[in-house]
Design a protein around this ligand. Structure first.
Ligand code: ZN
Length: 150
């Protein structure tokens, strides 16, 4: 495993749309391992592959109760709304309130290439939406309704 460099806002890669993974192979698993290590080292709750310069639809999330490794994640259902403070490893020092759904259901592949369904509420729903946004080249700044001080 290896730490990867996290790209910061202003890098054009962060605004690009990532490609679907067509085959879950050793390279994708190595990418997942590196992304987990990088996320934990940076004390983040999620990381998307474009943040480490790889335009593939791969994300890792850990809100404190175990890691989720999602390949080609897609939101299939979202309900409700929440307005909470959000931040991003690619925008250090910036936080703001965003509107997100309260509940989401996401379909993805796991590292074995099997389809999985993940249901997220609250913080997990927000993290899923935030990371999937990265795969579409969207930074949370585009969703901020109000910036926080400091
Ligand atoms: Zn982010």
């Amino acid at each position: 495993m290896a730490l990867r460099n996290i790209l910061k806002e202003g890098d054009p890669i962060l605004n690009k749309v990532s490609r679907n993974v067509t085959e879950v192979d050793d390279r994708v698993c190595a990418l997942l391992d590196d992304m987990k290590e990088t996320m934990y080292a940076a004390d983040g709750v999620g990381l998307a592959a474009p943040q480490v310069g790889i335009l593939k639809r791969v994300v890792v999330i850990d809100i404190g109760n175990g890691v989720l490794e999602l390949i080609n994640p897609e939101i299939v259902c979202s309900t409700g709304e929440q307005y909470e403070v959000e931040g991003c490893l690619s925008l250090p020092g910036i936080s703001g309130i965003t509107e997100r759904p309260m509940n989401v259901q996401v379909r993805a592949l796991d590292r074995e290439g099997h389809e999985v369904m993940v249901t997220g509420t609250g913080l997990l729903a927000r993290a899923l939406c935030h990371e999937i946004d990265h795969l579409d080249g969207i930074l949370f700044r585009q969703r901020v309704t109000e910036y926080c001080e400091g």
